[in-house]
Design a binder for this molecule. Structure first.
Ligand code: SIN
Length: 295
């Protein structure tokens, strides 16, 4: 098993304690849950997505478990600007705030609330089930570029989280890079649904949701691999990562850091167990494996 050298990491303009990051949406709604994940071995954490107005989200059921994953349709519930108070106890910690908006000025406004309070901003242009937000913005390369540019003008590190629900994800990655992004996060969930054969109706209140978990890992690896060939900014791999082997595979595809999401729901100590296996004082520099699977 490959072991990486212990030490802090810089990826996409953000200084982190290691390469492992809590993905947006999982245990990211309170300062105390974010602090807990940092204390149990994550190198950085991403918050739940925050938008321009407080929002309750989609009607339930919002969540269903399937073989090899989870489908969620939370609907971007968030307290909007009031989320700022959750950051009070996290000063100086590697926290990235996930933000969403329906146009460049909304993205700019929401991100501006967090200037000086976080290490960076992740733009959610990829939620697959939020009308007018998320993938509705992130399937349009012109909008990706304009929203990224608007947030970048604030002078903070900006990551753009992309949707896999497009024909060619590299077009979106290149648009984020043109807009001035410091990093690309790939991928958000895969649009999906289940139907209850007893009720003869969709399981989720919103009918459609986003599939996460081990079943999407090969899709995420493919997207990271393609983006690595098309873009020159760092890529943060995300999607179904649940073991140290997955982290190494993502890095070989081209990821400079790796997010873990759904796997945290089953194992709150997953960051510590991956970290303790991945790093060693006499390990190799991560640069030796990032993108090594490319010709
Ligand atoms: C949600 O809140 O519905 C999930 C967010 C996302 O998929 O980006």
């Amino acid at each position: 098993m490959i072991r990486l050298k212990t030490g802090s990491v810089m990826a996409g303009g953000v200084q982190m304690e290691n390469h492992l990051i809590l993905a947006a949406g999982v245990l990211g709604t309170t300062g105390s849950s974010l602090a807990r994940i940092l204390a149990t071995g994550a190198g950085a954490v991403v918050t739940k997505s925050i938008g321009p107005f407080p929002h309750e989200g989609h009607p339930g059921p919002c969540f269903c478990e399937i073989n090899g994953g989870l489908i969620n349709a939370m609907g971007l519930p968030n307290p909007s600007k009031d989320f700022l108070t959750e950051l009070d106890t996290l000063k100086g910690k590697p926290v990235i705030v996930s933000v969403f908006g329906g146009n460049p000025s909304e993205f700019h406004e929401v991100a501006s609330w967090f200037k000086g309070r976080v290490s960076g901003v992740e733009l959610n242009m990829s939620c697959p089930h939020a009308e007018g937000y998320g993938a509705a913005i992130g399937s349009d390369p012109g909008m990706i570029e304009a929203c990224t540019k608007a947030v970048k003008s604030l002078g903070m590190p900006v990551w753009v989280k992309l949707t896999p629900n497009v024909t060619d994800i590299t077009v979106c990655g290149v648009a984020a890079e043109r807009g001035g992004a410091d990093g690309i996060v790939a991928i958000n969930t895969v649009k999906a649904m289940r139907i209850s054969t007893d009720l003869m109706r969709p399981v989720l209140g919103n009918r459609f949701g986003g599939l996460s978990g081990p079943s999407i890992f090969p899709i995420a690896v493919r997207c990271v691999y393609e983006l690595y060939e098309a873009c020159s900014i760092p890529i943060i791999g995300c999607g179904g990562v649940s073991s140290v082997h997955d982290v190494v595979e993502m890095m070989m595809a081209g990821a400079s850091a790796v997010q873990v999401g759904s796997a945290v729901i089953r194992d709150r100590d997953i960051f510590a167990s991956i970290r303790d296996t991945l790093y060693s004082p006499d390990g190799i520099p991560a640069e030796e494996i990032v993108g090594c699977a490319h010709g």
